[in-house]
Design a protein around this ligand. Structure first.
Ligand code: LLP
Length: 420
């Protein structure tokens, strides 16, 4: 459920007409509903009410806007970060350092140092060498770093290949059959306090079976590690729960997921950690756009909108579907291709789609754009960086400015050569 619906024939975000936002902020623009974010944060937490102890770390990568992070901090969420930049955002939004988990296969020594200095709660180590480096940095700082070992369970999450992370050939985690040996070597390092295991098998998951299979393997690993004398206090189960993008999509609910987790992890006696991203932010945002032209096509007309692949990359990258809806639907329908102005055929949001009929100048939205939307935007074709607006009831605020090409050009210069 989200808070984007028709009131008196025109789409609103909560109580704010999208026409008003378009008129005052311009298009394209991302619009987020605060109430939806809060609701999803609550529903996800409630879904996990059946597990003994839980820690919620919102995966910042899904939507790192400061205003979004503040909403989640207020909802009691910490953060899963994957870069020094995301760590800076988590702290800037008021999240407590001890509620931050640092994931990622390529943390640099400088990033590890920054996170140590900040006093974050947990490092999810992706390889033994990273643990050795972190131990050295922690010792030099006179401290010990809380860490888990990320394990690759070798399961097929059944999602798009580009967002699958738990197969043997993926770059993430250590192979599960080497986990005990590597854990043993890390556990004796003086700068590390090894707390347990982490896992994340992929994103936009629609099937609980691979998650369950992966969690069962982790359960066996926890037992084996304990048998080997290790104290296992935490298991980070990652994120990945899918969201509906189109009619008929039926992902497991947080309650379904929570029931499975409670069943599989019964008796583990650990703090379970969760890193939801998309399920929190996905349906909390739309990309508001204006139709520039309706161009006659050979088979179907092209609806050319002022949003493009640089603003919302998911269709071009993953063939992802985002529902398209008119802000003031007439009840008429049309079959059309929807494309942006960028000079690539890949800048196409949909082909031969049955959509609300639109004409030049109309406003429309791409739905379910709150996760992996603005954060993946670029300025390709020297387009502006897309702005973001948050709505709360009948109020709205610009929470990220449109960054105009002039600002970007100002950061470039003709060479002032330095001699090597
Ligand atoms: N934890 C880790 C370690 C992750 O790598 C990810 C996502 C998450 C948590 C959050 O997963 P979520 O709950 O959002 O599924 N750009 C792609 C999605 C990439 C996901 C990467 N990792 C897309 O637009 O579909």
């Amino acid at each position: 459920m989200d808070h984007f619906s028709l009131i008196d024939g025109a789409m609103h975000a909560e109580g704010v007409p999208l026409e008003l936002i378009a008129a005052t902020v311009g298009t394209p623009v991302y619009v987020y509903s605060r109430a939806t974010l809060t609701r999803h944060a609550r529903v996800f937490r409630e879904g996990l009410a059946g597990v003994e102890r839980a820690h919620f770390a919102y995966a910042i990568k899904a939507n790192p806007n400061l205003a979004v992070l503040r909403v989640l901090a207020d909802a009691g969420y910490g953060a899963d970060v994957v870069s020094g930049g995301e760590l800076a955002r988590a702290l800037a939004a008021g999240m407590r350092a001890e509620d931050v988990v640092f994931s990622g296969v390529g943390k640099t020594r400088a990033e590890l140092q920054r996170a140590l200095d900040a006093g974050i709660g947990q490092f999810n180590l992706e390889l033994e060498e990273e643990g050795i480096a972190l131990s050295g940095l922690a010792m030099a700082a006179g401290t010990r770093a809380n860490a888990t070992l990320r394990v690759n369970p070798d399961v097929d999450a059944g999602t798009h290949a580009k967002i699958s992370t738990g197969k043997r050939e993926n770059k993430f985690g250590v192979p599960i059959d080497q986990a005990i040996a590597i854990y043993g070597r890390l556990a004796v390092l003086p700068g590390l306090a090894m707390r347990g295991i982490a896992i994340h098998i992929g994103s936009q998951l629609f099937d609980l079976a691979p998650l369950e299979a992966a969690y069962r393997r982790i359960g066996e690993l926890v037992a084996a590690l304990r048998a080997a004398g290790h104290v296992i206090e935490r298991v980070d189960l990652g994120g990945g729960l899918g969201v509906p993008y189109k009619e008929g999509d039926n992902p497991p609910s947080p309650a379904d997921y929570g029931a499975m987790v409670a069943r599989v992890t019964k008796g583990w006696n650990v703090m379970l950690m969760f890193e939801p991203g998309r399920v929190i932010a996905g349906n909390a945002g739309v990309l508001l756009t204006r139709v520039i032209w309706v161009k006659p096509g050979v088979v179907h007309p092209y609806v050319i909108v002022d949003a493009a692949m640089n603003d919302l990359a998911r269709p071009a990258l993953y063939d992802a579907w985002h529902d398209f809806a008119a802000v003031r639907p007439t009840g008429k329908r049309m079959v059309a291709n929807i494309a942006g102005p960028v000079c690539e055929s890949g800048d196409t949001f949909a082909m031969a789609r049955d959509i609300d009929a639109v004409v030049e100048g109309d406003l429309a939205v791409f739905r379910t754009a709150g996760a992996y939307g603005a954060t993946m935007a670029s300025t390709y074709n020297s387009r502006a960086l897309v702005p973001e607006v948050m709505v709360d009831g009948d109020k709205y605020a610009v929470v990220a400015d449109r960054i105009e090409p002039e600002t970007i050009i100002a950061a470039e210069r003709l060479p002032e050569w330095l001699t090597a």
